[in-house]
Write a protein that binds this ligand. Structure first.
Ligand code: SF4
Length: 346
């Protein structure tokens, strides 16, 4: 499985072959990824056959399409049974891939499908990067109607908390930026608030976007929804986010999942406005995609609009995000539930 080797170590796979063959293979994996080894046209059959049945570090267990073919969701399965989810969302000028950094998640946010499963394991850098390569190959070779033929954005908003798997995520980002050539400005790392991870990210050379999944604007409510808030309370999180902003000069975003009667009150909006203004952050509101495993339900549309208006009245930049892929359960961890229900999952 070549993606499990660092790009610099691919020579180990092609022992005895000249250097240019290793470079060719690296280009097929990183620069112009392809869905199968047969498409690596300048590599001799003998070389391709060395890894033809194991190009990807996972198999595609479920593939679903929605929104007239402009949303595609994959449930990948690693050989040890770990589930990896990725969602590709196409727009006229953008193709955004949402990727996973862990199989499962240990942080147990109450409203999150992945959180209810618990933690399986960290994903390796190659498993994280391969999601990007797979989507890139998909766009180039199969494509989506009216969507660019390459990825324009990658967001770490799938399964897992990326900053709880720091070193591997860092290495995956390095491969995206330094080997694939994706702009760091096209990458967003989303965290529920692992403060030491935010500080480390600030030290790294790449100016990736930082998104804070806030969901509540006071410690009491936040700890009840996002238990890690107990260890890294709001004051610490806001201070670390500000430090990141100052160091990188990248606008921060705040993600807020709207839950009916939970965090959609005027009081929360007012408190959120204070934090958003302090961080000069953009706020994204998204209705909860409820799952059979979570108690919370989505805020009604009118409440979301009212909440957004209140924020705007306080001078906050706010966007109501549409929920892509509703009919295919495109929120993180949800495809796995569906697969489990239908007996597909192991
Ligand atoms: S919201 Fe993110 S951090 Fe929280 S349980 Fe889900 S995957 Fe983990």
């Amino acid at each position: 499985m070549p993606y499990l080797h660092a790009p610099e170590d691919l020579g180990e796979l092609l022992e005895g072959e000249p250097r240019f063959r290793v470079d060719q293979l690296r280009d097929w994996l990183y620069k112009t990824p392809v869905l199968q080894t047969e498409d690596m046209t300048n590599l001799p059959q003998e070389v391709r056959s060395r890894f033809s049945d194991r190009l990807w570090p996972f198999t595609v267990e479920v593939e679903q399409s929605a929104d007239s073919g402009t949303t595609r969701k994959w449930l990948f399965r690693a050989p040890d049974g770990a589930a990896i989810e990725a969602v590709l969302m196409g727009y006229p000028r953008r193709a955004t891939l949402c990727i996973s950094s862990q199989a499962g998640c240990a942080l147990g946010c109450t409203f999150c499908a992945t959180g209810q499963f618990g933690f399986e394991r960290h994903l390796e850098p190659g498993e994280i990067f391969a999601q990007v390569a797979y989507a890139q190959a998909f766009l180039r070779q199969i494509g989506m109607p009216g969507v660019p033929d390459h990825l324009t954005n990658v967001v770490f908003m799938g399964m897992g908390e990326p900053l709880a798997n720091y070193n591997r995520v860092r290495e995956a980002i390095r491969r995206m930026v330094e080997v694939m050539g994706l702009s760091a400005r096209a990458i967003t790392v989303s965290t529920v608030g692992i403060v030491p991870g935010i500080k480390r990210l600030a030290e790294d050379p790449w100016p990736v976007y930082l998104a804070i999944s806030l969901h509540a604007a006071d410690n009491e409510l936040r700890t009840s929804l996002v238990p890690i808030n107990k260890r890294y309370p709001l004051e610490m999180l806001v201070a670390a986010a500000w430090e990141y902003f100052e160091k990188k000069g990248r606008r921060l975003s705040i993600e807020w999942t709207m839950m009916d009667g939970v965090n959609d009150t005027d009081d929360q909006a007012t408190k959120l406005a204070v934090i958003a203004n302090r961080l000069r952050a953009h706020v994204n509101l998204i209705a909860l995609n409820p799952t059979p495993l979570t108690e919370e339900t989505a805020s009604p549309e009118r409440r979301i609009e009212g909440f957004a208006r209140l924020l705007a009245n306080h001078g906050v930049n706010v966007t109501i995000r549409n929920t892509r892929g509703r009919e295919i359960d495109a929120a993180c961890g949800q495809l796995r539930i569906v697969a489990g229900k239908s007996g597909i999952a192991g």
